[in-house]
Design a protein around this ligand. Sequence first.
Ligand code: SF4
Length: 385
Amino acid sequence: MNAEKIVGSGLLDICEKVEAGERLTFEDGVRLYETPDLTAVGYMANLVRERKHGARAYWVRNQHINYTNICNKFCKFCSFYAKKGGPDPYEMSLDEVRQALRRYKQMPITEVHMVGGINPRLPYEYYMDLVRAVKDERPEVHVKAFTAVEIVEIARVGKTTVEGALKDLMAAGLDALPGGGIEVLSPRVHMELFDRKIGGDEWKEIARAAAKLGLTQYATLLYGHIETVGERVDHLVQMRELQDETKHFLCMTPLSFHPEGTDLEEVPHPSGDCDLRNIAVCRLMLDNFDHIKSFWIMNSAAVTQIALWYGADDCDGTVLEYEITYADDAPRTKAQTLTVANMRHMIEEAGRVPVERDSHYNEIVRADEEPKKRELIPLPVAGQA
Ligand code: SF4
């Protein structure tokens, strides 16, 4: 089908670049955010998504551990940290961390994702022991832990450098940094929403140091609060440049802002259009990122199904317990989970082929799986008659 019939003459020049595999400019990114034609943006993002991954939609069996919600950074967009009228403070002992891991011992999870608040009472050895405890309980899992902000805190309490802290954490078993901690690379947003945390330049230095040491990394964009379209696009351009330089980012996850329980409660929750558009624009701007994730807890399972046709190729995982934000329809308890059957159904109902992956996006094939679940059926590229 003629692309002009789908995207219209107003976006045809961008569509031609997408079809030719050319890099989009900052101005292109702004136009993709500003056009009312979300379907056209999704069509183009899907061209890239299917060129890279066909009909595959990745998911992982994972467990999240949020080891403390005590935090001295008071970010205005955060509902997770302990505060008056908010969540009660907690700090998990190493025994509690081990118990949390044992709770799901019978499940073949492949990844443990650990992040927490910036709790100045925790000593350097706590962080090392935390990683060791995971590797001790589940030697086979990939440990993805600590934002750049936590890494700075760990180095501070250890009276060492960032490189020193990263090396010690790697010796304890750390495999990857989950990204996060910078939200949007904008000095204005940094000053207004999270001025106690490190700024963009320091965040990038930590990403570079981690890349030099060989740590896998992930990237995020928190959208839907006070950031402008230009700031979103600038964040993506800066991430793309950092990826050109380091080649260590595996995936970008656009994160939908949840205002409930934050200092920005008056900000409306991002709409479905906003969620899908951010997925699609990330896919189109980040030509050097292999994967774009729709994190179902923040986007909802329903939006994630559509996102699989708007540029996303990954849904995150079964999760088990998570406390940073809550799915709209989830009770505010720790347990937030999709069973393996739910995950597969969510993907298959959306017309995609579920592929269980490890943390490096290698396919995991389990002996007890029905063969038909593993067939990678190529679906028609969007727009083909
Ligand atoms: Fe603390 Fe992280 Fe929340 Fe900021 S976002 S207040 S650093 S837990």
